[in-house]
Write a protein that binds this ligand. Structure first.
Ligand code: PRP
Length: 229
C-alpha cells in the first residue's frame, strides 16, 4: 500500500539545512574520462561521450541525498515496498555547453523538468551575459541541478544561482565537470548553501580566465566549433 512518508536513505539531508560547498568526486572512471577530456587530440565524438559518462557519474553522486517516499510494487511473485521521488527535480542546463550533459542526467531522472538558461561569457570582460531565461514566474522546483561542464571565474554559475534564488528554489546543486579553485571559492562565498560537484578543481585561471591545466573550451569541443587559429 502506498504511503507518503518521507525518508532520507542516505541520512545526509533532513531538511533544507543541508551542507553546501564543493565535492571533488574521486573515482578511477572519473579520472579516466577527465583525462580524455583534457587530451587536446580527443575528437569531438569521444569528447562528447566522455562528457556524458562524467555527467552520469557526477549526477549519481550529487543525487544521493534526494528525498524519496515509500511506495509499493508488484513483482511477478508478490507485493513489496519500493520508493519514488518525493520532490520535483529541475535540470538547469546552461546553454550551450550544458546541453551535452542533459540526456545522461535525464536518463537517471526521467521525471525531471528541464529549464534552460542562456548565458555566455563575454570574451573581453569574462562576465556572463544572459540571453535566454523562460523560467515560469511561480511553482519553483524543489531541487535544481545546474549542468555546465565548466566553472571558471564562477560568474556564469553565480548568475544561474541568482536566477534560481529569485525563482524560489530551496536546494540547488551545481554539477560541473571541471572548476578552478578561484571560481569555486568565489561561488562558495556568495552562495554557501549551494552544493558543487566536480571531477576536478584545477589550480589556476590564466590571463584570459581559462582554467589551467583545464580542457580548453568545453562548448566548442562538444559542438566542434573550435577556432583552428
Ligand atoms: C563557458 C562554460 C560556462 C562558462 C564558465 O561557457 O560552459 O558557462 O564559460 O565561465 P565562468 O565561470 O568564468 O563564467 P561559454 O561562455 O564559453 O559559452 P558556451 O557554453 O556557449 O560555449
Amino acid at each position: 500500500m502506498a504511503s507518503t512518508t518521507v525518508t532520507d536513505p542516505s541520512n545526509q539531508r533532513i531538511d533544507s539545512s543541508h551542507k553546501g560547498g564543493v565535492v571533488e568526486v574521486s573515482h578511477p572512471l572519473i579520472q579516466l574520462h577527465l583525462t580524455r577530456l583534457r587530451d587536446k587530440t580527443t575528437e569531438p565524438a569521444l569528447f562528447r561521450q566522455s562528457v556524458r559518462r562524467l555527467a552520469t557519474l557526477l549526477a549519481y553522486e550529487s543525487t544521493k541525498d534526494l528525498l524519496v517516499s515509500e511506495t509499493s510494487v508488484e513483482t511477478p511473485l508478490t507485493e513489496t515496498s519500493g520508493v519514488k521521488l518525493a520532490e520535483r527535480i529541475g535540470l538547469i542546463p546552461i546553454l550551450r555547453a550544458g546541453l551535452g550533459m542533459v540526456d545522461p542526467v535525464l536518463d537517471l531522472l526521467p521525471s525531471a523538468e528541464v529549464w534552460h538558461l542562456g548565458l555566455y561569457r563575454d570574451e573581453a570582460t569574462a562576465k556572463p551575459v544572459r540571453y535566454y531565461d523562460k523560467l515560469p514566474p511561480k511553482r519553483p522546483v524543489d531541487v535544481a541541478i545546474i549542468l555546465d561542464p565548466m566553472l571558471a571565474t564562477g560568474g556564469s554559475a553565480m548568475a544561474a544561482l541568482m536566477t534560481l534564488r529569485e525563482w524560489g528554489v530551496k536546494q540547488v546543486k551545481v554539477v560541473a565537470l571541471i572548476a578552478s579553485r578561484e571560481g569555486v571559492e568565489t561561488v562558495e562565498a556568495q552562495f554557501p548553501e549551494a552544493q558543487i560537484f566536480v571531477a576536478t578543481v584545477d589550480p589556476v585561471l590564466n590571463d584570459q580566465k581559462f582554467i589551467v591545466p583545464g580542457l580548453g573550451d568545453a562548448g566548442d569541443r562538444i559542438f566542434n566549433t573550435v577556432d583552428p587559429e
